[in-house]
Design a binder for this molecule. Structure first.
Ligand code: SF4
Length: 702
């Protein structure tokens, strides 16, 4: 897909839609357009993607390793990392070392990091910022399907009769998928659209029905739908009998329909709730798309299973235009799941059952590998704070900003015995605490693969030279592993060799036990890898390429005992967060249209900064009046955890009693406006995903 020397086909580094791009270079100028041949976007782009060319300048790049605050070289830096990791591990055991990685990593870097930690160092203390993104979806999939498998593709969204968006501002957060959805609705023949969101977002404003549900009440809504389906003879009994178990228990947990009482608990009218239920029951093909509004919750996994339950009970899964569809926030959240980048996964979609541990150990060739799950993100940093984890390597992420309890995270980083940070810029909030800073390659310089929300593996190709001493992350990991005596296991010639090993592991003694099997790609030569077209797993019979995702559960067979999916009994309790007289507003956090994460890239594009030039708190006019707050003035937001100062904006998109603030601003841009400083880190008990959508706060003039 490379035309001449000037045009490169690659993949967008932002959201989980995973759009294909064509990048042209004219001297120092870089022009980015949508790749018409890429199945995810067919040439479409959003504002962030189209401004990528404005973000590749080299100013403020980290161009050389820094050791103890002094510019250094790779040999010195890697010697130091290897020596400290080896010493800490020898003295305090494998549990005293850890890595915290990122959905921004390419699959090859992710694979190397996971093999280093769970293999070479036999420590499962490697987690990822994807814990903040979709860990509840992973846990929900495993409870229902026996495996973390997303059963939908983007063309299912277009083929549905009804699309339900839950906790997803698709128009801003996954814009090209939203464009595809709206294009399919243009002539009036496409899917109806129902949006469940406490805010009247840009997406909700375009919906046929917007249910402005109370924060955290999604389980109540979907348990009510399950009860409605049962009461209105809309359970697909043959499907349930043949392919599922647990319906009776799930119905008992869902409780009586009682529309008026249920609607009251959800904060919507009984008529609107009934309209939604009727629409669902009357639509043959339904896709329920869910995102961070569902996952980033202290009850996120139960919400996910309440959604999956209604699809299983009504047989709306495993066929075109049907299914529960978790869409990921980051470009390679799915690739991280494939390699086992979560602390509770081992590798290649295997968990820590004894057979899997032995299988992976034999494949990797180590005497021992990690045999039990490690610490999940929030717990991992708590362990750093307690001094139990003494050596930590942070790669491609900024936990001092993005994690809840950000002040505690900073205190933990400050007292960590040995902290390594791999970054592209030197001045992130997390990098400030590093003993060793390692210069990483950025998008456009690094080379590998990513997997998007519909299980589509695409190549990210380099079109810029590596600046200064910057290197791929996998090379930094291999360099440390070599120095620690694990050289032969990390002796890769390039990213193609890592990908082949990753593909081979997915097929190793798999025999159809797991859907994630890309073994057919293990035979790719370097040229074949370079030319790899986007492919979706699992591959149809005969191997890749797959033009569209296969209907993964079309045979009604799930990876659970007896092949049956499980309807999980979940009770209807909402989020555990509660307001009171001292903190009367429920704070929600999320993305803006034109910024990405902690803004290290998007803030470089002047056009993107125009959309929202500063961090603001959005409140309903009635709440501002009641609290005697003046529009556009500075206000202080306080929670039980901390405080943040922002400019107040009045917005009818936010319901009364609620507040919204963006997640993006951090150190170089606005150090006192951190969303993470306000959230207290309530965790979902199944996924370990922290609550970032509901926190009781007060607001006062500054
Ligand atoms: Fe990039 Fe997502 Fe926009 Fe596509 S929709 S161009 S992947 S940010």
């Amino acid at each position: 897909m490379t035309a001449g020397n000037t045009e490169t086909a690659t993949t967008c580094p932002y959201c989980g839609v995973g759009c294909g791009l064509r990048v042209s270079r004219f001297g120092d100028a870089v022009q980015v357009t949508g790749d018409p041949a890429h199945p995810a976007n067919g040439g479409r782009l959003c504002a962030k993607g189209s401004q990528l060319g404005a973000t590749v300048a080299l100013d403020n790049r980290l161009l050389a390793p820094v050791v103890d605050g002094v510019e250094s070289d790779w040999g010195t830096a890697l010697d130091r990392v290897a020596e400290r990791f080896a010493a800490v591990r020898a003295e305090h055991g494998p549990g005293s070392v850890a890595m915290y990685v990122s959905g921004q990593l390419l699959t090859e870097d992710y694979y190397a990091a996971n093999k280093f930690m769970k293999g070479a160092l036999a420590s499962a203390n490697i987690d990822t910022n994807s814990r903040l993104c979709m860990a509840s979806a992973v846990a929900g999939h495993k409870r229902a399907f026996g495996e973390d498998t997303v059963p939908c593709g983007y063309d299912d969204v277009e083929a549905a009769d009804l699309v339900v968006l839950v906790g997803s501002n698709l128009a801003w957060c996954h814009p090209v998928l939203y464009q595809r959805l709206q294009a399919s609705r243009e002539d009036g023949a496409g899917p109806m659209l129902v949006v469940l969101d406490p805010r009247r977002t840009a997406t909700a404003a375009e919906a046929d029905l917007h249910l402005a549900v109370s924060p955290g009440s999604d389980t109540t809504v979907f348990n009510g739908l399950l009860a409605w389906l049962a009461e209105h003879d809309s359970i697909d009994q043959p499907y349930v009998d043949a392919h599922t178990e647990g319906l009776d228990d799930a119905l008992a947990a869902a409780g009586p329909l009682d529309l008026a009482e249920r609607a009251g608990r959800c904060g919507v009218s009984a008529a609107d709730l009934a309209s939604f239920y009727r629409l669902f029951a009357d639509s043959d093909r339904v896709v329920t798309v869910f995102s961070q509004g569902v996952n980033q919750s202290s009850v996120g996994t139960d919400k996910v299973n309440a959604i999956i339950n209604v699809h299983l009970a009504s047989g709306r899964i495993g066929r075109k235009g049907c299914g529960p569809f978790s869409i990921t926030g980051q470009p390679n959240a799915m690739g991280g799941r494939e390699v086992g980048g979560l602390a509770n996964q081992l590798a290649a979609h295997m968990d820590f059952e004894a057979d899997n541990v032995d299988r992976v150990r034999r494949f990797w060739g180590f005497g021992a590998v990690a045999g039990a799950p490690g610490l999940k993100a929030v717990d991992l940093f708590e362990a750093v704070g307690r001094g139990e984890i003494k050596a930590l390597w942070v790669m491609g992420t900024n936990p001092a900003v993005s994690l809840p309890r950000s002040q505690r995270v900073r205190e933990a980083l400050a007292q960590c015995e040995f902290l390594v940070v791999s970054e592209v810029v030197p001045d992130t909030d997390t990098a400030a605490f590093a003993d060793v800073l390692l210069p990483a390659l950025a998008w456009g310089e690094k080379d590998g693969t990513v997997t998007n929300s519909e299980r589509r593996i695409s190549r990210q190709r380099a079109f810029l030279p590596a600046p200064g001493q910057a290197r791929p992350d996998w090379q930094a990991i291999a360099g440390v592993a070599r120095r620690m005596g694990f050289g032969p296991s990390f002796d890769w010639a390039g990213s193609a060799a890592i990908f082949r090993e990753h593909a081979a592991l997915s097929a190793f003694e798999n025999n159809g036990a797991r859907d994630f099997d890309i073994g057919a790609l293990a035979a790719l030569g370097d040229d074949g890898y370079d030319a790899l077209e986007p492919v979706c797993w699992p591959f149809p019979e005969g191997g890749p390429p797959a033009a569209r995702p296969v209907d993964i559960f079309a045979d009604g067979q799930f990876r659970r005992p007896g092949g049956r999916a499980r309807l999980v009994a979940v009770n209807s309790a909402g989020t555990r967060a509660a307001t009171d007289t001292t903190r009367p507003l429920m704070l929600n956090s999320g993305r803006l249209r034109d910024q990405w994460h902690t803004m290290t890239r998007t803030a470089r594009a002047p056009r993107l900064n125009r959309h929202a030039p500063e961090p603001c708190l959005y409140l309903h006019r009635a709440d501002a009046r009641r609290l005697r707050l003046v529009a556009d003035s500075l206000v202080r937001v306080r929670s039980c955890e901390g405080q943040a100062d922002l400019r107040l904006k009045l917005s009818s998109s936010v319901g009364q009693g609620q507040a919204f603030m963006p997640m993006h601003w951090s150190g170089p841009y606005a150090s006192s406006a951190l969303a993470g400083s306000l959230f207290a880190g309530a965790l979902d008990p199944h996924s370990g995903q922290p609550e970032l959508k509901a926190q009781a706060v007060s607001v006062e003039p500054l």
